[in-house]
Ligand binder design. Structure first.
Ligand SMILES: Cc1cc2nc3c(=O)[nH]c(=O)nc-3n(C[C@H](O)[C@H](O)[C@H](O)COP(=O)(O)O)c2cc1C
Length: 163
């Protein structure tokens, strides 16, 4: 029996996650989108995955580039998350951001909690999304930051569990 779509979405909203912006560069073209579908896959070799909607404008750039960077957002970066999730502002998303370039050429967003610079090693079609598996080429960590948390369609911050 098919499950109820609204209930399915309601269940997914109960999954707390971090927030990333996945960026990529193909030649002079840069693109990026907010993504919470980031997961570590393997330690040896170091593999991670992200899932991109097939309608995403970032997807074809990832395809052409064969690389992407996962920028793990810090608490203070919730506006960046909103910016990279908004449809129609693609040309303006990187405006005013002094991005470094990772070894793959993908933009690293300033102020990120961590960055994983990846080369795409596999792409799997999965329903209305594509799963991109990336082999991590370089990493960056900013220990001074706290993570941005997304839960029930709202941005949150981490707090210790009550005992
Ligand atoms: C917190 C959050 C998490 C998201 N996670 C994903 C994701 O994992 N994959 C995805 O394809 N879209 C995700 N989105 C939606 C995209 O960011 C949004 O559709 C964006 O406009 C896509 O940009 P693009 O079409 O330029 O690639 C998320 C949005 C938010 C706010």
């Amino acid at each position: 029996m098919p499950i109820d779509r609204q209930q399915y979405k309601a269940v997914l909203r109960r999954w707390a996650s971090g927030v990333t912006v996945v960026t990529t560069r193909a030649g002079e073209e840069i693109a990026g989108m907010t993504a919470s579908s980031f997961t570590s896959v393997s330690l040896d070799p170091p593999l991670v995955l992200i899932c991109a909607d097939k309608r995403s404008n970032t997807l074809p750039v990832i395809e052409r580039a064969g690389v992407f960077a996962v920028n793990v957002l810090a608490e203070e970066q919730h506006e960046l998350s909103a910016r990279f999730a908004l449809a129609g502002n693609e040309a303006l998303r990187f405006e005013g951001l002094a991005c470094d370039r990772g070894p793959t050429g993908s933009p690293w967003l300033p102020g990120s909690l961590a960055v994983l610079d990846c080369r795409t090693v596999a792409a799997h079609e999965a329903g209305d999304h594509v799963i991109y598996v990336g082999e991590v080429q370089a990493v960056h960590i900013d220990d001074a930051q706290s993570p941005l948390v997304y839960y029930d369609a709202a941005y949150r911050r981490l707090a210790p569990a009550r005992s």
